[in-house]
Design a protein around this ligand. Structure first.
Ligand code: PAF
Length: 296
């Protein structure tokens, strides 16, 4: 496995690979890798000849009061894990390598970023789309793989790729969960045992919403009330949002007649966790609806 820190080295290596006829698959990460990340890498391997992973904790997507400084980091462990699933190239840039002095360009997706996490994390998605656009330019990848746990991120990036005619496919992968249902996240490392138990309320509330729908409930407000009640019955929880919305536009819905996204952001102690599922409509599982420019 090659570990490259410089943009010019990655660009040259990827260009040579493309010219030699190889297909490239890319998994961007902020490190502190868990099984969910490794699953994205395995899927990238199925789609491409060469797998590139970036490990970069991107300061541009953290607000001033957020956890950039204390975000968990473990470079040695990450390299070991990436190696274990057969990653070919790890890109490990420094902050000045990505944002050198004088840097002043942003990539911004408009309406989709105004909903859900965009409300309480202003500027977050601009940070994500900017770094992801740069990483796509650096790796020149054919496909890029993202988890559906970050449903809004996946939707926003798919939109950016379509709107800017970026020549790659986005692959969305269902959320990877711990055996007890907690969605895998690097931030789970912040939870103490009692908070870890309370964090299960997110998945339990998704299951409750599915159950209500199966019993015939179609009023979004009623589902939302039940979900909020279940989450708040657990200690250390504070709700950022519980939203039932259109899975493509992310705009709120009042009734659950068509397929609906239930998305949650909940603080458990000081740790902000997100989760989501699709309710009703054509698919009753957690697969994101296939969008233009996105392949399975
Ligand atoms: O999902 C993440 O880990 C990050 O938002 C990403 C896509 C690597 C961009 O920094």
């Amino acid at each position: 496995m090659e570990v490259l820190e410089r943009i010019d080295a990655v660009q040259k290596r990827c260009e040579d690979l493309r010219l030699s006829g190889k297909t490239l698959g890319f998994v961007p990460t902020m490190g502190f890798l868990h099984e969910g990340h490794l699953e994205l890498m395995r899927i990238a391997k199925r789609h491409a000849d060469v797998v590139i992973v970036s490990i970069f904790v991107n300061p541009a997507q953290f607000g001033p009061a957020e956890d950039f400084d204390r975000y968990p980091r473990d470079t040695e462990g990450d390299l070991e894990k990436a190696r274990s699933v057969g990653v070919d190239i790890v890109f490990l840039p420094s902050v000045p390598e990505i944002y050198p002095d004088g840097y002043q360009t942003k990539v911004s997706v408009d309406r989709l970023t105004k909903h859900l996490c965009g409300v309480s994390r202003p500027g977050h998605f601009d940070g994500v789309t900017t770094v992801v656009a740069k990483l796509f330019n650096i790796t020149k990848t054919h496909i890029a793989v993202f988890g559906q746990k970050d449903y809004q991120q996946l939707t926003v990036i798919s939109r950016m790729v379509r709107d800017l005619n970026m020549d790659l496919d986005i692959v969305g992968v269902p959320t990877f969960r711990e055996p007890d249902g907690l969605a895998m996240s690097s931030r789970n490392a912040y939870l103490d045992p009692e908070q870890r138990r309370s964090a299960l309320s997110l998945k339990k509330s998704l299951d409750l919403a599915r159950h209500l729908l199966e019993k015939g409930e179609r009023r979004a407000e009623e589902v939302k009330k039940a979900v909020e009640g279940l989450i708040l019955s657990h200690p250390h929880t504070a709700i950022d949002y519980v939203t039932l919305c259109d899975p493509v536009t992310l705009e709120d819905v009042e009734t659950l007649e068509a397929e609906t996204l239930l998305a949650l952001a909940v603080k458990v102690g000081n740790t902000r966790l997100i989760d989501n599922c699709l309710l009703g409509g054509a698919s009753k599982n957690e697969d994101i609806p296939k969008q233009k420019g996105q392949r399975e």
